[in-house]
Design a protein. Structure first.
Ligand code: NDP
Length: 394
């Protein structure tokens, strides 16, 4: 069996995936990293003492991808580029008969909207081709889906309520910067909120609903209700669910800057003309902001991401909290990336490891909660993202 993998994308998360895959060379016999900018691949190749092959590719082009996949002949492709490339990479995997994994849901560059529809539409074609697509193997989506599946398997007969709680208490010292790709981040945060209750999606104004949650190892933080993509698959796969919500923390400085930038039109994603040149304001802002990859050395503090699930076990109500705490500086020491990239890259490697080892297998397109959570939870403990379970008062 071919155990080689092709990683596409050499950004903040790609860096972590490369480092973690190299730490698991017993599983990944041959690693190839391809991205748009070859120099970033060269840099990473140097960091891991030449243990990976590299290539240049434009992942917006199915033809280029097919050519590369045919040359590298990997067991699977790990899409660690941007959500815009999900469909081209999925299509190239289909044409070449190679398994697929990603960490983020397809988004069209011209509409800030996440949706699994187009990726789930590949299910039948992947089944016919006999290949597997594992969607959303990052932290959220990703580990949060695994936490839900683990809660369902071991703690509940029925889960009624889930809150996903995402806190980044990292401080990079800048008045304003985003911890991952600014364009993806700002489009997500400035979008309307949405949660699911009793079979219906309920829309809120952006960041309209707020609660304070006391995050272990961090403390109480304002947490805002947002739409997040894992909810779309979890409402399909978690039994008896009545409500699911997603909350993320933001500091005052971040929110004030974001509102101000939005008010002056800098978050717009349509083209405008300036002195005869066509520009997209959000692209200009991205060019001005610090590169997320440069935040690593200066970010201190921790992230805490988890789920609170409430429901019934043997007729009794119970509520449990499963979470991981990750330290920005520890993550940086190991991979030269901060915790947001680290917490995404490690689960991407784990998803791929379980596929290469044949522990996760199937024909068609899957979300992570459809897989057995136990081997994933074991790997999280071994690969740098240990988790905790607390019983809360129901
Ligand atoms: P970056 O912007 O740092 O990196 C993206 C990389 O993809 C860059 O190296 C970029 O190339 C490359 N790339 C972009 N377009 C193309 C293309 N057309 N062809 C080839 N390569 C391309 O982003 P991150 O590393 O922060 O994020 C990577 C992914 O992880 C994103 O999809 C993001 O949404 C997802 N993510 C998921 C999370 C989760 O928990 N599930 C959390 C955080 C992120 P270049 O260097 O030339 O720009």
């Amino acid at each position: 069996m071919n155990e080689g993998i092709l990683i596409i994308g050499a950004g903040g998360v790609g860096r972590v995936v490369v480092h973690k895959c190299v730490q698991n060379l017993d599983t990944f016999k041959k690693i190839t990293l391809a991205s748009r900018t070859l120099s970033k691949c060269e840099q990473l190749q140097k960091e891991v003492d030449g243990k990976i092959d590299i290539a240049q590719v434009d992942a917006d082009s199915v033809e280029e991808l097919v050519e590369l996949i045919q040359k590298v002949k990997p067991f699977m492709v790990l899409n660690i580029a941007l959500p815009y490339q999900d469909l081209t990479i999925m299509e190239a995997c289909l044409r070449t008969g190679v398994h697929y994994l990603d960490t983020a849901n397809y988004e069209h560059p011209d509409t800030a909207k996440f949706e699994y529809k187009e990726q789930w539409a590949y299910d039948e074609k992947y089944k016919q081709k006999g290949i597997m697509g594992l969607l959303g193997s990052g932290f959220d989506p990703g580990v949060t889906n695994v936490f839900c599946a683990y809660a369902q398997k071991h703690y509940f007969d029925e889960i009624h309520y889930i809150d996903i709680l995402d806190c980044n208490a990292g401080d990079h010292g800048y008045p304003f910067a985003t911890n991952f790709n600014p364009e993806i981040n700002l489009r997500e945060v400035s979008a309307k909120g949405r949660y699911w209750e009793e079979g219906k999606w309920i829309e809120t104004k952006p960041l309209e609903i707020k609660q304070v949650w006391d995050y272990p190892e961090i403390g109480p933080k304002d947490s805002y209700l947002m739409y997040h993509e894992e909810m779309e698959s979890l409402v399909k796969h978690i039994k008896g669910l009545k409500r699911i919500r997603f909350f993320m923390t933001f500091g005052e400085s971040y929110l004030t800057h974001m509102r101000c930038l939005e008010n002056v039109g800098m978050l717009r994603i349509d083209e405008i003309e300036v002195d005869g040149c066509k520009v997209v304001p959000l692209h200009v802002l991205k060019a001005l902001l610090p590169d997320p990859a440069s935040l690593g050395p200066r970010t201190v503090g921790k992230t805490n991401i988890g789920i609170v699930a409430e429901g019934l076990k043997n007729g009794k109500r119970r509520k449990i909290y499963i979470y991981n705490v990750c330290d920005h500086q520890e993550a940086y020491k190991e991979t030269k990336a901060q915790a947001v990239s680290y917490t995404t890259g490690v689960p991407a490697m784990i998803g791929a490891k379980l596929m290469v080892e044949g522990i996760y297998k199937g024909k068609g397109v899957y979300n992570l909660e459809e897989m057995d959570p136990d081997p994933f939870m074991d790997e999280l403990n071994k690969q740098g993202l240990p988790w905790h379970v607390e019983e809360l008062r129901a």
